[in-house]
Ligand binder design. Structure first.
Ligand code: SAM
Length: 215
């Protein structure tokens, strides 16, 4: 039996504990984020016509938004509690428990994959495996959308909403993330960095990448 890396156990425990409060805080956040919606709309247009997944979907509101844009989309998350909430909020959509490091999809199965603030809990030394998985499951010509906080140092969130858990939120430079995508064989097509709005404390990055046709 293989032992799960500790960072996955910690992230799952954190999100299981905060799931209800997190969903209440964020499920309507896209309404006040027009540039984020613009990136989701561009991704939806690019990936339309095939199977799409949101990886690290949390309570499912991004998956729901993508479904509203016409995509055949499902969600996957490490946290069983988050998946329960997503299923309750979006009973017409599929959600499953799983990990970015070991995706439950066949080679080349997906027209699109979105990882919306979900690579931020994976230590950098494990990201090549995540990007290798993303490359594997995308069809040639398939599209990847990433969102993450920009910065050099992790932000440790301790006792969120009063729960006795803590987790590092790993901010990253867009160059580093784009380089990891390129190393995995993906072509980065778009980088958007916007300034923080609302309660955000750092700029926010959005990357689109594509598995090359014929590769
Ligand atoms: C900051 S939340 C983002 C949730 C949602 N995408 C959103 O934007 O609100 C990060 C989510 O990623 C999930 N997550 C973290 N690491 C993961 C991994 N290795 N595989 C799958 N999901 C992961 C967490 O359980 C959590 O629900």
């Amino acid at each position: 039996m293989t032992t799960e890396p500790e960072f996955l156990t910690t992230a799952r425990a954190f999100y299981d504990a905060v799931a209800v409060d997190y969903a209440d805080r964020y499920r309507n956040v896209l309404a006040a984020r027009p540039l984020d919606r613009a990136m989701l709309a561009a991704f939806a247009e690019l990936a339309a016509g095939g199977r799409v997944v949101e990886l690290g979907c949390g309570p499912g509101y991004v998956t729901g938004h993508l479904a509203g844009l016409g995509l055949d989309v499902s969600g996957l998350d490490l946290s069983p509690r988050m998946v329960e909430l997503a299923r309750a909020d979006y009973p017409g959509l599929r959600f499953e428990v799983g990990s970015l490091l070991d995706l439950p999809y066949a080679d080349g199965e997906l027209a699109g994959a979105a990882a919306w603030y979900s690579i931020i809990h994976t230590p950098v030394e494990h990201l090549p495996r995540v990007f290798a998985e993303l490359h594997r499951v995308l069809a040639p010509g398939g599209h990847l959308l990433l969102a993450f906080q920009v910065g050099d140092r992790p932000l440790r969130i301790d006792r969120p909403f009063g729960h006795p858990v803590a987790l590092d939120f790993r901010r990253r430079r867009p160059d580093l993330v784009a380089g990891l995508a390129a190393d995995a064989g993906l072509t980065v097509t778009t980088r958007l960095v916007r300034e923080p709005v609302g309660e955000e404390s750092t700029p926010q990055a959005f990357l689109l990448a594509r598995r090359p046709l014929g590769a």
